[in-house]
Design a protein around this ligand. Structure first.
Ligand code: HEM
Length: 147
């Protein structure tokens, strides 16, 4: 990996740390973190680093996620999302199918876009990140219509 890509990974980690700080501060999203589990009980920067590493590998073919020593990002995303969907802190936990809600999906993407603004990302970068993630987010459905 070249030096430029290294800086890109760090910059993206800060951007997604900002995203996670916003998730923690949003009552609709904070209930998705089952902090009894060590992987979930991590700082915004640690969560942001994992998401940034996943995206770097996807976009640039790097091995950022492997360098975190956490195994495979594909497996861990599935596990993290399954744990989040079943989190007992959710108001309707235990009822219905374990799914994210439509409002959480939209808030997740909204927090990414506002994090871009808060970090001073260029309009072009914000547009590209928003378009990419917006086109992928439905892969994590189906969604429920309550939180
Ligand atoms: C394109 C869309 C998405 C991508 C690429 C993505 C990717 C990831 C990744 C890489 C992780 C960390 C896995 C690890 O522990 O190493 C993660 C965790 C998480 N994601 Fe997503 N995600 C997406 C959409 C969403 C959406 C829509 C929601 C909620 C509605 C969500 C909620 C969460 C939560 C709460 C965690 C942390 C769970 C925990 O640590 O307990 N994600 N995601």
């Amino acid at each position: 990996m070249g030096a430029g890509e290294g800086r890109a990974a760090d910059g993206l980690a800060v951007l997604f740390a900002t995203h996670y700080a916003r998730m923690f501060a949003d009552p609709r999203m904070a209930v998705l973190f089952d902090t009894r589990h060590a992987d979930s009980n991590a700082s915004a920067l640690e969560h942001g680093t994992r998401l940034a590493a996943t995206l770097m590998d996807l976009w640039y073919g790097t091995r950022e996620y492997a360098s975190l020593g956490r195994g495979s990002s594909f497996r861990n995303v599935g596990r993290a999302h399954a744990r989040a969907k079943r989190c007992p802190l959710r108001p309707n936990s235990g009822t219905g199918a374990p799914r994210f809600s439509e409002a959480q999906r939209d808030a997740w993407l909204g927090h990414v876009l506002i994090a871009c603004e808060e970090c001073g990302a260029s309009a072009e970068l914000q547009h590209q990140i928003g378009r990419f993630l917006g086109s992928r987010v439905n892969a994590y459905g189906p969604f429920r219509d309550d939180d």
